[in-house]
Design a protein around this ligand. Sequence first.
Ligand code: ADP
Ligand code: MG
Length: 241
Amino acid sequence: MITVENLTKSFQGIPVLNGVSLDVQSGSVLGVVGPSGAGKSTLARCVALLERPDSGAIRVDGTDLTALGGTALRNARRQIGVVPQGDSLLRQRTAAGNIALPLESAGVPGPQRRSRVGELLDLVGLTDKAGSYPDQLSGGQRQRIAVARALAAGPSVLLADEPTSALDPETTGSVLTVLDRARAELGVTVLVVTHDMAVVRKICDDVAVLEEGRVVENGKLLDLIGDSNSRTASALLPAVD
Ligand code: ADP
Ligand code: MG
């Protein structure tokens, strides 16, 4: 579904991605983990076409997105929903108003927009918060609205950058449930950037470990857990003397 091939990206001559290659199976959840500064957000932003890689390819359903421009690029972007790192909702818009934003940009007419926003509020379990402003919502509720907004235009891919980083374990669960519903009910392919191994354990099928702009480990979570040399396994399992 998504194939990243040998992606490189530098900022002011400093390499941040040093040839990253990844595969994400259609309808699966890939977790990208790694220390702060490893290049996780840059990778997610490149895959979302918010940042142009210096070289390499990003194929979604076989089409290399880095080769596109103009209308084709805009259409490709619509296939990719993004939950950016940090608090990303517009403060002056209600929950429903935030979710409606991508639909307004796409020119979806009012009645259709309202029914779509209703479906998305239902998907994230926040129908009763439609008229609330971000400041009136909890951190977890804000992130669920951000996920609903990312799903509004019906993307086939969802990228979430540290969607639970500011949340306590209980609230984290509610956001993960929403990501899992997106995969299970909408068939969306999910790439989630996280430093929280609990997120990996709960929803990821596959894991990629990024260090200094390189993938140093990549595989099925179940296989990695069984491999005593795996960094993922040692991060997930309690140490044994
Ligand atoms: P992570 O998300 O894994 O913490 P990032 O992708 O945010 O890592 O950043 C990786 C490195 O790239 C960091 O050293 C960061 O300072 C640098 N970087 C990221 N974005 C930019 C930018 N727009 N301009 C310059 N440097 C950047
Ligand atoms: Mg980051």
